[in-house]
Design a protein around this ligand. Structure first.
Ligand code: MN
Length: 494
């Protein structure tokens, strides 16, 4: 354990030489003492768990307080210490973080009353709005527990894996931590859907292998061209996560035909500036023609609502094979992998006088990114009925999302199956009330049409219209639209 702790210290030293190492050492000593003689089901001493959690936090380049709280996160729950002992030894900020992690507790979807589940989530959201580091520690905790899941009883394995798949993976996604989301899903997959997991693995294996060969060849050619143009870029391949592949295979248009999946492997180019991202795109397109219509997605000019930025292009690559190339800066890369976690690191760097340019202009505005958290906090004040709150949370915050555009190019983040009416209410309540029709990509559609990501939606209105139609309640999916329509109907029947 001492050796692992030393490794942790040198890992921190690399990204944060000014970390408070005395405090981190003290926390390790305190936790080791609290968990003395305690063992995990794997047979490892219990302290190995908080140490692993702190290690994950360090790989997200988090600050001293997060590392300290990570080391201490189980001392109250399992180590027989009190919150006030933590406060006396490490100060109030740390105590609040540890308390937050303890309070979130284990969110159990099954075997408990629904109200209790809602109450837990409510607490989680309140804590989250105050200090997101609590959620990051909880995610790191869940990640390590998922890695060691095989030692638990079958029943517990399935319950914990389901929770991970339904709550923690979507949460990671909403925090912009794409890589963590993929990892948590892949860890849960074999426990939640053992048959399907086995099928997906065996079916896809030869295709992954083949795709890897093509991408390998493509990377060689890209590297040569970039060198000729004098552009510095790191180029590597990335494989699609298995669970995400399985989800894609289930889509109607793919119909379990893996040859219709073009991003099994993708080449990823990481360069040093936004300018060079576009220069690189030009070089790639000179090598290979983009696939018409759906070829290029520029998430640098138009970032996804969770902050994701990159250029994706689909080209007829090596031997005419369709392949995906993703282009981004180093900062965008870290943001895509670690999402909100990368925020602290960049704020720290900025405090030290580094400019945005030096950080390859990749700093996002956290306030914007967290609007959904703030929205939830606002709701939990408004909505008294816990069932409604639960529905709101499940369907609006954790459900899979689609991204659609207004005619002006503003992007809106809506749950899957959202309709033009949901879109109208998301833009503005008044717009929703006056809606009489809708166009999607310039074509007239019915108001209950299910929208798809990337579509441009235009709402047609009539100023004289008195208000929403009660029929709309049968197809709208967002809580916002439902509430507005119900409220208006109630007003009119009075
Ligand atoms: Mn733990």
């Amino acid at each position: 354990m001492e050796k692992k702790f030393k490794d942790l210290l040198s890992k921190i030293k690399k990204y944060n030489p000014k970390a408070d190492f005395a405090k981190i050492k003290k926390a390790f000593g305190f936790a080791a003492k609290a968990h003395e003689e305690q063992k995990r089901l794997s047979g490892d001493p219990l302290i190995s768990h908080p140490l692993a959690v702190a290690d994950v936090l360090a790989s997200w380049k988090l600050d001293t307080d997060s590392i300290v709280a990570g080391l201490l996160h189980d001392v109250v729950e399992d180590g027989g210490k009190t919150t006030s002992q933590v406060e006396k030894n490490f100060g109030e900020r740390i105590a609040v973080l540890v308390d937050g992690v303890t309070k979130i507790g284990d969110i159990k979807l099954r075997g408990r009353k629904e109200e209790e589940f809602v109450e837990n989530l409510r607490r989680m959201i309140v804590v989250m709005a105050h200090d997101l580091r609590v959620v990051l520690i909880k995610l790191a905790d869940r990640y390590h527990n998922m890695q060691t899941l095989s030692f638990l009883s079958k029943e517990k394995q399935v319950r914990i894996a389901r929770e991970t798949l339904e709550i923690y993976a979507p949460l990671a996604e909403r925090l912009g931590m794409g890589e963590m989301k993929g990892i948590l899903e892949d860890l849960s997959f074999p426990y939640c859907y053992p048959e399907e997991y086995k099928w997906a693995r065996e079916y896809s294996e030869p295709y992954y292998y083949q795709a890897e060969e093509y991408i390998h060849k493509a990377i060689g050619e890209i590297k040569k061209s970039l060198e000729k143009e004098g552009i510095k870029a790191e180029v590597h391949g990335r494989a699609k996560h298995l669970y995400s592949l399985w989800q894609k295979l289930l889509r109607a248009e793919i119909d379990k035909d893996i040859t219709k999946v073009y991003d099994l492997m993708a080449a990823r180019l990481i360069t040093d500036s936004v300018g060079n991202c576009y220069a690189t795109l030009g070089i790639v397109h000179r090598l290979w023609k983009p696939v018409p219509a759906k070829g290029i997605s520029d998430f640098i000019a138009q970032p996804k609502p969770n902050g994701y930025r990159s250029i994706h292009t689909r080209v007829f690559g090596v031997e005419g094979k369709i392949m995906e190339i993703q282009i981004r800066t180093q900062a965008m890369h870290e943001q895509a992998e670690n999402g909100i976690a990368s925020h602290w690191y960049y704020t720290e760097q900025k405090k030290r006088g580094r400019t945005d340019r030096e950080l390859s202009s990749g700093v996002f505005a956290p306030s914007e990114k967290l609007s959904w958290v703030r929205q939830l906090v606002a709701w939990q004040g408004q909505i008294v009925d816990s069932r409604e709150f639960l529905e709101a949370l499940k369907f609006d915050a954790l459900h899979h999302r689609i991204f659609v555009f207004s005619p002006k190019g503003d992007v809106f983040d809506l749950p899957q199956d959202a309709t033009p009416v949901d879109f109208a209410y998301a833009v503005h309540g008044e717009l929703g009330d006056k809606t009489i029709g809708a166009k999607v990509d310039g074509r007239m559609v019915s108001l209950d049409e299910k929208l798809k990501s990337g579509q441009m939606v235009e709402i047609l209105t009539d100023k004289r219209r008195k208000g929403p139609s009660s029929d709309w309640l049968s197809f709208v999916v967002t809580t916002n639209a439902k509430r507005r329509i119900r409220r208006d109907l109630k007003k009119r029947t009075k």
